[in-house]
Design a protein around this ligand. Structure first.
Ligand SMILES: Nc1nc2c(c(=O)[nH]1)N[C@H]1C(S)=C(S)[C@@H](COP(=O)(O)OP(=O)(O)OC[C@H]3O[C@@H](n4cnc5c(=O)[nH]c(N)nc54)[C@H](O)[C@@H]3O)O[C@H]1N2
Ligand SMILES: Nc1nc2c(c(=O)[nH]1)N[C@H]1C(S)=C(S)[C@@H](COP(=O)(O)OP(=O)(O)OC[C@H]3O[C@@H](n4cnc5c(=O)[nH]c(N)nc54)[C@H](O)[C@@H]3O)O[C@H]1N2
Ligand code: SF4
Ligand SMILES: [Mo]
Length: 897
């Protein structure tokens, strides 16, 4: 048994983990008490990392190639795969020029891998067509920081969470998306109860429910809110005139604009009460230290840059920046979105915060790489949405997709799919072979994943941590950087046979050193960092120039900014509505976002049954009053249709949404649904400065989907990912179908169709081994289209399919989940009419598997939070459920009084 310190591969909190392994397999994961990001804590996702590695089913284990257009992909050896990829890319470059090739990479790559891909695209191929999923994520934050402060990157650090007197959370569901930071906020508030939390979110999330003030604004109206708050600060004399005069520029122009944003006008635009807006402004302006935490509710907007700038305006005007506990803190989503920004791995930037348009910057990078300066293109590359448009239009011929799943995560999926179908050559480099994007690959390159490779990542507070290999990659999977360098070497032999190699040493430590050297003298100088230094001293924050003894926790403490004149810049930020207008045809605003326990397209989190407990099925959430008005009921299937596309989802009712808004989680993909997920309907409208798409807002209509033939099937299985893969091809056959998991080892299929589908049903029955065997119990009534089959093992149901009747199998499923023998005789399992048995209660605490019902009962019996922890254990392990427990406690109190 060995223990390897590393970093969690999920969110940008960047928690340190200790990986336990037997040398071949990861056997366990725990929080690293020595890591400054989490001090030993992990959330539900981090705690499930070992389980997500348990099954190899679905992993990409060998390179595969499609040799002719319509052929199936075939397994090949690495040499053939690498040669073919290099030859195909070289062919496109020779015929159509470097800009006919593009790389679409990911904020989940390690810094070294990212660096190599960037060098390959910009330094070898000579195109800036390398963009990443960070375009969908952080690019508005990047443009906000650059325009206002002169350079990218948060000026703040995690310690500021402990020190802030006022925390303004905008468009961030921290309780779900950055849970370990939320634990830290909770602790800070417990220590200093006067700390004020303001949450700006159209939904009453778990984060919002715990706030002192929840501003439930109309989607997209943040700019109006921040403008109105600043108007109030000016009016009340709460701005910091001295700071403005000494360290900023452009306030007068902003002030002129703000005349139109009186608190009353602004509150009107946001749909909130004027007093709510002024209270927020008062708390923000009068607190000794005010900290903003913000995320996709600001960035994923047609006006994401303006939202970021309007918020930074507030901080600059109130002098709430460059001090402990104060500042605009953009929470990064992915584990290494920050590293990607450092290496300049996007279409609109160069390494170490350099600019493509700046000839000196291009020359510096070219010299570092040892390529002629003219090799670096002065044309900005295509940002994600434009890149896929260009693929579809045939301007870009070949695309190399690395560590991201655009056929699921891009908006307007039909466009994305057509783009991939249109491309001459699609390379997909993923750890899994069964993603929606892998299905489109001409070349599939199997990547080593978390726990299997070496490198570094940078978290939200600019802290660089090592990522380490604990086990070898499975099959023939290889580290991303190795693949990039191998293709790079072959490509340079084809394109520039006489030039020295750009990929002489692709070992992670050497690549890191090359990257660090390129940052010398820049605002993000990490020339003092190396793998050796990180080994010796542990995770470090940047800037960390050569010769420094330590990194810098906070930036801009001296009020000097990396702009031309050293001053921060105010920007004039008029409010503009979202792109997709609601009207009588598309009356609802569709919001999208995250679930607590799933990660993006679920290629990893979707392998762990217990991570489904908190949100077992995909849903479209709607306010009960809207549902009543439309005659819709909870559990009914509805079609959600935008101007671009549609999908079917079960309806769930939630008072946490404002009227007129619906919400769907982003996670469910074609691997779990009969559609590609909610991005079928999402809008590709982008921000004009950051090119980030408006994933948080689309106008939709919601109507009942008439799919009366309903099927529920479930089966226990020792390898759930394998069983899911076996059933996945069936999804396409129904008007609605969804696969999900339940602990301990159950796969569930819910499906519905306009009329009975006997062939489909017999295929399902066969795949679940429900077509024979001694323990099989069946009932069918062909006339009524009814079919029920149950396979028993000992005294308990092992698998079942119920089709066409009223009984949805809820009792059987509950029995399978409980692991208890069936109460009563087997025949009672088929008694029709027993349909209304309640489904098993939703699990709130994942660590100890405590459901909502038990918690409610304990609360009703008088338990407080300490009592719940003592009696049921919930909230006492990882803490991810704490916000919800607190919320259930307040709800109960509200009910009592
Ligand atoms: N569990 C989990 N955690 C994750 C991830 C995951 O997949 N799962 N992914 C990581 C990544 S890459 C990212 S980028 C982060 C995202 O982290 P967050 O941005 O915190 O998460 P989201 O749920 O996408 O969106 C946050 C909130 O924005 C709100 N919102 C929608 N429109 C508006 C608006 O116009 N204004 C305001 N103020 N709010 C609005 C939504 O209602 C939602 O509650 O999470 C990271 N952490
Ligand atoms: N509607 C809607 N859409 C959204 C969002 C939203 O809020 N709403 N959020 C957007 C945001 S913020 C983000 S960040 C994106 C995320 O969208 P994606 O980037 O598509 O999300 P993932 O599913 O994390 O994709 C990562 C892929 O890399 C693979 N992988 C894992 N480890 C490795 C590895 O080591 N190497 C390689 N090569 N592959 C690996 C995984 O199997 C997976 O297929 O989604 C965006 N899309
Ligand atoms: S908060 Fe959770 S998902 Fe994010 S890094 Fe920490 S353990 Fe991983
Ligand atoms: Mo993200």
């Amino acid at each position: 048994m060995t223990t390897t310190p590393s970093t969690c591969c999920y969110c940008g909190v960047g928690c340190g983990v200790l990986i336990h392994s037997d040398g071949a397999r990861v056997t366990g994961v725990e929080g690293d008490p020595a890591h400054p990001a989490n001090h030993g804590r992990l959330c539900t996702k981090g705690l499930a990392l070992a389980d997500s590695c348990a099954s190899l089913s679905g992993r990409a284990l060998h390179p595969e190639l499609r040799l002719t257009r319509d052929a199936a992909r075939r397994r090949v050896d690495w040499d053939s795969a690498l040669d073919t990829v290099a030859e195909r890319l070289a062919g496109v470059i020779r015929r159509h020029g470097p800009d006919a090739v593009a790389v679409y990479a990911s904020g989940q790559l390690l810094t070294e891998d990212y660096y190599l891909f960037n060098k390959l695209a910009k330094g070898l191929i000579g195109t800036n067509n390398i963009d990443t999923n960070s375009r969908l994520c952080m690019s508005s934050a990047v443009s906000g920081y650059k325009l206002a402060l002169g350079a990218d990157g948060p000026p703040t650090c995690y310690q500021d969470l402990d020190l802030a007197d006022c925390v303004l959370l905008s468009g961030s569901n921290t309780a779900y998306a950055h849970p370990v930071l939320f634990r830290r906020l909770e602790a800070a508030k417990a220590a200093r109860p006067d700390t004020k939390w303001i949450v700006v979110d159209p939904r009453r999330t778990d984060t919002a429910a715990l706030a002192d003030l929840h501003l439930q604004i109309q989607p997209g109206s943040d700019v109006a809110l921040f403008n109105g708050m600043l108007h109030h600060l000016i009016w009340e004399g709460l701005i910091d005139e001295r700071y403005i005069a000494a360290h900023t520029e452009g306030f007068d122009a902003l002030k002129r604009l703000l005349r139109d944003y009186s608190p009353r006008q602004a509150a009107g635009l946001c749909g909130i009460a004027e007093a709510e807006l002024t209270t927020a402004a008062e708390w923000f302006g009068r607190s000794p230290a005010s900290l903003s935490l913000y995320c996709m509710g600001l960035n994923q907007s047609r006006h994401g840059t303006a939202k970021n700038l309007a918020l930074i305006n507030l901080h600059l005007a109130a002098g709430q920046i460059g001090r402990p506990g104060a500042g605009p803190f953009s929470l990064t989503g992915q584990p290494n979105a920050m590293g990607g920004r450092e290496v300049g791995g996007m279409a609109t930037m160069l390494a170490a915060h350099r600019d493509i348009a700046n000839p000196r910057h291009r020359a510096e990078v070219a010299a570092h790489w040892g390529v002629p300066p003219e090799r670096l293109s002065d044309r900005p590359g295509l940002p994600a949405i434009a890149l896929f448009d260009a693929l579809k239009a045939g301007q870009v011929k070949a695309v190399w997709i690395v560590c991201t799943n655009p056929a699921h995560s891009l908006p307007d999926l039909e466009q994305a799919r057509q783009a991939l179908a249109q491309a001459e050559f699609v390379i997909v480099q993923d750890a899994y072979a069964d993603t929606d994007t892998a299905a489109c690959a001409d070349a599939l390159l199997p990547a080593a994943s978390w726990g299997e490779k070496e490198g570094a990542v940078t978290n939200s507070e600019r802290r660089v941590s090592r990522v380490r290999a604990a086990v070898p990659p499975p099959g023939e999977a290889r580290a991303d950087g190795w693949i990039a360098a191998e293709v790079g070497r072959r490509l340079e032999r084809l394109l520039y046979p006489d030039a020295p190699s750009l990929f002489q040493n692709s070992e992670p430590a050497a690549v890191f050193a090359e990257h660090a050297a390129l940052t010398a003298g820049r605002d993000l100088d990490i020339s003092g960092l190396s793998h050796a230094r990180l080994e010796r001293d542990g995770p470090q924050q940047w800037p960390y120039p050569a010769g420094a003894a330590a990194g810098q926790a906070r930036r801009y403490e001296d009020g000097r900014f990396p702009t031309a004149n050293g001053r921060a810049q105010f920007h004039v930020t008029p409010y503009r509505p979202p792109a997709d207008a609601v009207n009588a045809r598309y009356p609802f605003r569709l919001l999208t976002g995250r679930l607590r326990d799933q990660w993006h397209g679920m290629s990893r989190s979707g392998r762990v049954a217990r991570l489904f407990s908190h949100a077992p099925e995909p849903t479209l959430d709607m306010h009960p009053a809207d549902a009543v008005r439309r005659g819709l009921k909870a559990g009914e299937l509805v079609s959600v249709e935008s101007r671009r596309g549609s999908l079917v989802l079960p309806l769930a009712l939630s008072e946490d949404l404002p009227g007129g808004c619906v919400f769907a989680a982003m996670h469910w993909s074609g691997q779990h649904l009969n559609s590609g997920g909610v991005n079928q309907a999402c809008s590709p409208a982008v921000d004009a400065q950051s090119f980030q798409p408006e994933l948080k807002h689309a106008a939709v209509r919601v109507e009942r989907a008439e799919l009366p033939w309903r099927v529920r099937a479930a089966s226990r299985h020792p390898d759930l990912p394998a069983l899911r893969a076996r059933l996945q091809p069936l999804l396409a056959g129904c008007g609605y179908a969804a696969l999900s998991l339940r602990p301990p080892d159950i796969l569930v299929l819910n499906a519905a169709h306009a009329q009975a589908r006997p062939d489909w049903l017999s295929e399902l029955t066969r795949l679940l081994d429900l077509d024979g065997g001694p323990q099989l119990q069946t009932f069918s009534d062909a006339r009524r289209g009814l079919e029920q089959r149950i396979a028993w093992r000992d005294d308990a149901p092992w698998a079942f399919v119920f089709a066409g009747g009223q009984d949805d199998g809820a009792r059987l499923l509950a029995a399978m989940q409980s692991g208890q023998p069936w109460p009563g005789n087997r025949l009672s399992a088929l008694v029709p009419g027993a349909a209304s048995a309640p489904a098993a209660a939703r699990i709130v605490c994942n660590c100890l598997h405590v459901d909502a019902e038990r918690i409610q009962t304990a609360i009703a019996a008088g338990a407080d939070l300490a009592g719940l922890k003592a009696r049921l254990g919930c909230g006492g392990v990882c803490g991810s459920c704490l916000p919800e427990l607190k919320r259930m406690l307040t709800r109960q109190t509200e009910r009592e009084y």
